[in-house]
Design a protein around this ligand. Structure first.
Ligand SMILES: *[C@@H]1O[C@H](CO)[C@@H](O)[C@H](O)[C@H]1NC(C)=O
Ligand SMILES: *[C@@H]1O[C@H](CO)[C@@H](O)[C@H](O)[C@H]1NC(C)=O
Length: 694
């Protein structure tokens, strides 16, 4: 089924790719446009491929399944659709014409004309990483403004609804719903009749509720009911009757929708009235986490420490829209200006990556014994997404690490905290670092059998590098002192196994096992040197100098082992002269300012990559012609000339703007033709910020 669906999709894309896009796209048309992307379960995208307008197709969950989200505007009695692809038999409406689309780090903005009126639709998914309450709020905004373009005044009404597809991955499940007006906000709440805590179907959560809300101004009306009935009601009347359908039924049974409408009254060319909707999904508890002794604790989204009900959270969120928009523009302008110092292509890739990376994470707290929330106990959880559903995969946090250092290094600490704390219990039996905290999000139940996907050198090196990186960035050495024993244990393992790495997986597990991986050895040796610096920081100078000399000794041996006989490049694996690969782990040498590997290695690799570039980039290694966007950008961070740096960046931009996929950006793709491989929507695109933090 999946394969067939993908093939049909590919065919459709081939057919439309011959058509030119009729709107202005700034900075470019991405494969899929983030609409409401804040958590692994609040993740709605516009699958535009090589050119679908906001009202050509339905928004989809990151997996590609539809999440019904419709929008209509009425102008002088004529209805136009602006969002989604609703069919409303017997009702008379046209499609508004998309004039432009734009994305920034936190927003996607579409301008459409509806007769003599132009509407602007803002999708804002805030990124407010330093405010844990706001960042943990699982809600996004859609705002619509209207303005006349013909010098006249026109009567305008705006409508939007969501379906119950927002609460399940199985549309045959029965949903229940209700509508309330609290704190001057109208809210539709939808959930499964039989929720199942901590479970997923097709990557959708199976418990908690979706919420669709708007301010209860004088112009606001609402309705719940069958999609065609409710939409026809608005199309015919421009308002809703404030009635509720209470015949609870399956999501796909006469598709119930949850609709809100506003009458903007008379709109001219000067005033630009706005209506704001919020969409979100809240579940509680959010995460099951293993604790010492092997039991588990329930963890809750951080915002609960500030709000005692979802309705008060929504009220605060909706009333904050104008300020949130101002803060978002300021964030967007700053990150754009930082990234533009590298290049405009780079700024566009960064902007596309931010919501995708941040939308993989949830910030949680535990409860005290008296039931209050313990804000001194924060753990951030990240879903791996699309490659599998693992929790806090170390080699997924690692590529995403640059965005954490950029937006708030504290979030990085809170991601590592769950991994450190679990392994400090002694429940994990291996001497190297665990791969992840649990096979299936949101169950962070550890791997007490030690049978997680083993990446021994990879994850041990990653933990050491990230721990030191956080301490360097913030001056906070609490993890280093609290978890010294674990860090040292992993270093001992690296001393044994990183110069001559055994046959094992690296993070690029899709490429298979391999012994003597040059790039993996780089990571292990950097890990040893990182522990030397950690020991120095903690005042253990004897250990610091011992590990420092071990690392230096390994580097000189590694130079012989890893060199191709041609003298032109590093090998992919020792004794394999023609082989080569992206030596992206050298990025950690730069990030940590270790100067461990000689400049000649950087110069050699810089010269080499130019000679092996394919039309869409530099392959990951000689086993295949595919590559990874995150590792290309990391490699852009280590090369010593601007032309080679820009070759990597423009390759990623070329792929991301090629229209060859309609999925949320995939980090794994084919360098010969720009086709996406199997991954999509993964947090590793946070690594695209690598050049912002050097
Ligand atoms: C790994 O490299 C070392 C050093 O060249 C060599 O002795 C060993 O046989 C290699 N291992 C494998 C599995 O190729
Ligand atoms: C240096 O560290 C290694 C690995 O832990 C250990 O075997 C060795 O004894 C240490 N050397 C000194 C001088 O402490």
């Amino acid at each position: 089924m999946m394969a067939l669906a993908h093939r049909l999709c590919a065919l459709w894309l081939f057919l439309v790719s011959v058509q030119a896009i009729s709107w202005t796209a700034t900075p470019f048309n991405p494969p899929s446009v983030p609409l409401a992307v804040r958590t692994p379960y609040l993740s709605a995208w516009l699958p535009q491929g090589s050119g679908a307008a906001l009202n050509d197709v339905w928004p989809t969950f990151w997996t590609g399944s539809i999440v019904g989200w419709a929008g209509f505007v009425k102008v002088d009695g004529q209805a136009y659709s602006f969002l989604g692809a609703p069919s409303v038999p017997g009702a008379n409406f046209q499609k508004a014409t998309q004039k432009s689309s734009q994305f920034t780090a936190t927003q996607s903005v579409f301008v459409l004309s509806a007769g003599p009126v132009e509407i602007t639709v803002y999708f804002l998914s805030p990124v407010e990483a330093k405010d844990l309450v706001k960042q943990s709020t699982p809600f996004s905004y859609m705002a619509v403004t209207a303005r006349a373009t013909d010098g006249g005044s026109h009567s305008v009404q705006v409508y939007s609804d969501i379906s119950a597809e927002w609460v399940t991955g199985d549309n045959s499940k029965v949903a229940t719903w209700s509508t309330s007006t609290v704190n001057n906000v109208i809210t539709h709440q939808v959930q499964l009749q039989s929720p199942a805590v901590y479970t997923e179907i097709n990557d959708h959560t199976q418990y908690g509720s979706a919420y669709y809300s708007t301010l209860n101004t004088a112009s606001a009306t609402y309705q719940t009911g069958q999609d065609t009935v409710v939409r026809a009601q608005f199309i015919n009347n421009g308002r809703l009757p404030n009635t509720q359908d209470t015949a609870f039924r399956a999501v796909q049974d006469r598709w119930p929708v949850f609709a809100l409408a506003h009458d903007l009254g008379s709109v001219d060319g000067n005033s630009e009235p706005q209506v704001v909707f919020s969409v979100g999904h809240v579940r509680d508890p959010a995460i099951k986490y293993i604790v010492a002794g092997g039991g588990t604790q329930d963890r809750h989204l951080y915002f609960w420490s500030q709000f005692n009900s979802v309705s008060s959270l929504i009220s605060s969120f909706l009333n904050d829209f104008n300020n949130a928009l101002t803060r978002a523009w300021s964030f967007d302008v700053n990150i754009n200006s930082d990234a533009n110092k590298i290049s405009a292509d780079y700024a566009s890739v960064v902007a596309l990556s931010v919501r995708q990376a941040m939308g993989s994470m949830e910030i949680t707290v535990s409860k005290n014994s008296d039931g209050s929330f313990n804000t001194n106990d924060v753990i951030v959880f990240m879903k791996e997404i699309s490659s599998d559903g693992n929790v806090n995969t170390v080699d997924v946090i690692f590529p995403a690490w640059p965005i954490l250092l950029y937006v708030n290094p504290q979030l990085g600490k809170f991601l590592l905290e769950g991994l450190f704390r679990y392994q400090a219990t002694g429940l994990y039996p291996n001497k190297w670092s665990v791969h992840d905290l649990g096979a299936s999000y949101p169950n962070a139940i550890g791997h007490n059998d030690g049978n997680d996907e083993a990446m021994p050198v990879e994850e041990s090196g990653n933990m050491l590098i990230m721990a030191l990186s956080y301490a360097q960035k913030t001056g906070d050495t609490s993890h280093l002192s609290q978890y010294t024993a674990l860090l040292d244990q992993w270093t001992q393992f690296l001393i044994t196994d990183s110069l001559i790495p055994a046959n094992q997986l690296s993070t690029d597990d899709f490429a298979g096992h391999l012994a003597n991986q040059t790039n993996l050895a780089i990571k292990g040796i950097i890990g040893i040197k990182a522990m030397s610096q950690i020991a120095q920081t903690l005042g253990d100078t004897a250990k610091a100098s011992n590990y420092s000399s071990i690392a230096a000794n390994y580097v000189s041996q590694w130079q012989t082992l890893s060199a191709s006989s041609s003298g032109q490049h590093l090998t992919l694996d020792y004794n394999d002269n023609p082989s080569w690969g992206l030596a992206y782990n050298l990025y950690a040498d730069k990030l940590l300012k270790l100067n461990l590997f000689p400049a000649s290695v950087y110069d050699m690799q810089t010269a080499w990559y130019k000679t092996v570039a394919q039309p869409y980039g530099v392959p990951l290694d000689t086993r295949h012609t595919y590559t990874k966007t995150d590792w290309e950008i990391w490699t852009a961070g280590i090369v010593t000339d601007t032309a080679t740096r820009d070759l990597f960046i423009s390759s990623v931009k070329k792929y991301a703007s090629s229209g060859s996929s309609n999925q949320p950006l995939g980090d794994w793709y084919e360098t010969t033709n720009g086709a996406a491989e199997g991954f999509r929507a993964r947090p590793v695109v946070g690594g695209h910020l690598a050049l912002l933090i050097l």
